[in-house]
Ligand binder design. Structure first.
Ligand code: GLN
Length: 291
């Protein structure tokens, strides 16, 4: 193969896909295409529209670097530097949890409960800012307080809030769940508390795919023994902040609906919770209304 032929998308992709497949990646084709597109400053569609373009040497170097990292199972989103979440392009990288498609269900429920009227929403453990920003963008009258304990994650959230021009309506607070919210005059006034807290049972962390376990921040995943440590603290603290009739929405893991339903009802602050299933049919979102 001549040097010229090897620096065109077709042959480059064929080699790259083979390499990623041998590395055990089920998404070899789309990963290779996205990495090449990113190296060229275009999109996957752009690659197809210009199949005969020459890949310049600097883009080729970049592509090879990214390919090496992907072959070591670094998350694709960290390599390209962003993930799409509900149509938003969010910046992500090492140190922040990558937004997941199942969390779009959490946002969908939140939007169903929040009309576009002045209202207050709190996002606990905002990570990249995905949930807080999806709400703020879709509901221009709503103010959002986004809490995050990890300084690294907050840096990504700050970049995303600024990048989307949402600094006026999404306030980022440093803290571990409720502590940082005191002193903002929010007690008894919040219309919606939403959270996708860490909920993988500590004893199951070792079973996570290596791609997640070895690269994403474990503090965004580790829900303590049994996995419900954060959900408990959120259920305990939410009544003080929610207004009567306000809602709590929590993303939950497989098998967590029954114990969390009991916990939510035990405190008497909430009506019987409702659970929403994700696409694969797992009860994924707890919705509880403050009495
Ligand atoms: N759904 C995520 C995963 O499986 C876990 C999210 C969380 O702990 N909040 O990677």
């Amino acid at each position: 193969m001549s040097a010229v032929a090897t620096s065109r998308p077709g042959p480059l992709l064929r080699t790259a896909i083979g390499r990623l497949r041998r590395a055990g990646l089920a998404t070899a084709r789309q990963d290779a295409e996205r990495l090449l597109a990113e190296s060229l400053g275009t999109t996957r569609l752009g690659l197809y529209l210009e199949p005969d373009r020459v890949v310049p040497p600097d883009a080729l170097d970049e592509f090879r670097r990214l390919l090496d990292r992907r072959a070591r199972h670094e998350p694709l989103q960290y390599l390209v530097g962003w993930e799409e979440f509900r149509g938003l392009r969010l910046r992500v990288g090492p140190g922040v949890f990558i937004p997941r498609p199942e969390t779009e269900l959490l946002v969908e429920r939140a939007l169903a409960l929040l009309p576009d009227r002045p209202a207050r929403a709190v996002d606990l453990g905002t990570g990249s800012g995905a949930v807080a920003l999806a709400l703020a963008v879709a509901r221009p009258a709503v103010s959002v307080w986004a809490v995050e304990r990890s300084a690294e994650a907050r840096a990504w959230a700050r970049a995303n809030i600024g990048g989307l021009g949402m600094g006026e309506r999404v306030r980022l607070l440093a803290g571990d769940l409720w502590g940082s919210l005191a002193g903002h005059g929010l007690e008894g006034t919040v219309d919606l508390v939403v959270s996708n807290p860490p909920y993988i049972p500590a004893e199951q962390l070792a079973e996570l795919p290596e791609e997640v376990r070895a690269h994403e921040p474990l503090e965004a995943l580790d829900g303590g023994p049994g996995g419900l440590a954060f959900h408990r603290r959120i259920l305990d603290g939410a009544p003080a902040f929610l207004r009567p009739g306000g809602f709590l929405l929590l993303e939950i893991g497989e098998g967590q609906a029954a114990p969390l339903g009991e916990l939510a009802e035990a405190g008497r602050a909430f009506e019987a919770p409702v659970f929403h299933r994700d696409l694969p049919g797992i009860e994924r979102v707890l919705e509880a209304r403050r009495r």
